[in-house]
Ligand binder design. Structure first.
Ligand SMILES: Nc1ncnc2c1ncn2[C@@H]1O[C@H](COP(=O)(O)OP(=O)(O)OP(=O)(O)O)[C@@H](O)[C@H]1O
Ligand SMILES: [Mg+2]
Length: 262
C-alpha cells in the first residue's frame, strides 16, 4: 500500500493561521474523497476545538504510553480522522527530549503506523522539538504567512529553521509553499507584502486566503467554513488549494527520499 503524503503546516509566528489552515485543508481533502489523518502537535489542542471536539491527550498516549494509533484516532468527519492533543503534549515533548529523541521521532512513532491514508497533515506549534520533527517528516511544507511585518518575519525565521534542519540531518530539500493569510487587497500592506512573497517564492505562493469574519465565526462554532457558510469565497480558496495539493501529491518526485531519511 502506498504511504501517505505528509503535509506539514508550520511557521514560527504564533496566530498565523496554522491551525485554521491545517483543519481546512484536512477537511477539504476529505470532502474531495481522500482519506485524511490530521495530527495536532500543539498543546493548545485547537484542531479538536475547531472541529467541535474536546482536546484530548492522544498524542501523549501515543508517544509516552505507546498506545496503538488505531485506538487513539477518532473519525471527526467522513474520511477525516483526528489524533487530538492537549496540554499533556508538552509533557510528551519533554519526555521525548529527555530520551534524546531524534528528528525522525514521528516517522517511527506515528507515520510507520498510519496505514491506509492518502494524506497525513501535521499542525505544529510555532517552535520546539515537535515542530522540528514535523518538518523532518514532511513531503510538502506549507507556510501560512500573514501579510504583515510579524508574519513576514516569522516566515523568514521558519525558512532558516528548515534549512538548518535539512543541513543537520542531511535531508534533500522539501518543497515549501507559502499560503498568504488574512489578505485584504484593499490595503497597501497586503499588496506590498504579497508582492514581496511573490518575488521571494515565485510560483510557490499559493492562492491568498482572504481575511473573513465568517471564518472566525465558523471556528468559534466548532465547524469548518465548508459547513458554516458553504457559499463563502474563502471556502472556495481552501478547496482550490486542496486541488493544487492533490496535483502536487500525484506528481511529486521523490528520488533518493527513502535513503535520505534512513
Ligand atoms: N481567514 C481568516 N480571516 C479572519 N480571521 C481568521 C482567518 N483565519 C483564521 N482566523 C483567525 O485567526 C486566529 C489565529 O488562527 P489560528 O489559531 O489558526 O493560528 P495559529 O497559527 O494556529 O495560532 P497558534 O500559533 O496559536 O497555534 C484565530 O482567531 C482565527 O479565528
Ligand atoms: Mg495553532
Amino acid at each position: 500500500m502506498p504511504r501517505p503524503v505528509v503535509l506539514t503546516i508550520s511557521t514560527n509566528k504564533g496566530g498565523a493561521g496554522k491551525t485554521t489552515t491545517a483543519v481546512h485543508l484536512a477537511a477539504g481533502l476529505a470532502l474531495s474523497g481522500a482519506r485524511v489523518l490530521l495530527v495536532d502537535l500543539d498543546k493548545q489542542g485547537h484542531c479538536a476545538t475547531f472541529l467541535g471536539r474536546d482536546p484530548a491527550p492522544r498524542l501523549y498516549d501515543l508517544l509516552v504510553k505507546e498506545r496503538s494509533l488505531d485506538e487513539l484516532i477518532v473519525e471527526v468527519r467522513p474520511n477525516l480522522h483526528l489524533l487530538a492533543s492537549n496540554s499533556e503534549t508538552l509533557v510528551a515533548q519533554d519526555f521525548a527530549r529527555l530520551r534524546n529523541a531524534q528528528a525522525d521521532l514521528l516517522q517511527h512513532a506515528l507515520l510507520a503506523k498510519a496505514v491506509g491514508y492518502d494524506f497525513v497533515l501535521f499542525d505544529t506549534p510555532p517552535q520546539g522539538l515537535l515542530q522540528e520533527c514535523a518538518i523532518y517528516s514532511a513531503d510538502i511544507l506549507l507556510m501560512p504567512t500573514p501579510v504583515d511585518y510579524p508574519g513576514m518575519d516569522g516566515a523568514a525565521q521558519f525558512v532558516q529553521v528548515v534549512q538548518k534542519l535539512q543541513e543537520r540531518e542531511g535531508l534533500a530539500p522539501v518543497p515549501l509553499y507559502v499560503i498568504p493569510m488574512f489578505v485584504d487587497l484593499r490595503t497597501t500592506e497586503s499588496k506590498y507584502n504579497l508582492k514581496l512573497l511573490q518575488e521571494r517564492f515565485g510560483d510557490h505562493v499559493l492562492t491568498p486566503v482572504p481575511v473573513r469574519t465568517r471564518m472566525r465565526e465558523a471556528i468559534a462554532e466548532g465547524t469548518t467554513i465548508f459547513e458554516y457558510a458553504p457559499g463563502e469565497d474563502i471556502g472556495a480558496v481552501y478547496a482550490g488549494i486542496c486541488a493544487t495539493l492533490r496535483g502536487l501529491a500525484a506528481g511529486r518526485a521523490r528520488p533518493g527520499e527513502e535513503a535520505a531519511r534512513g
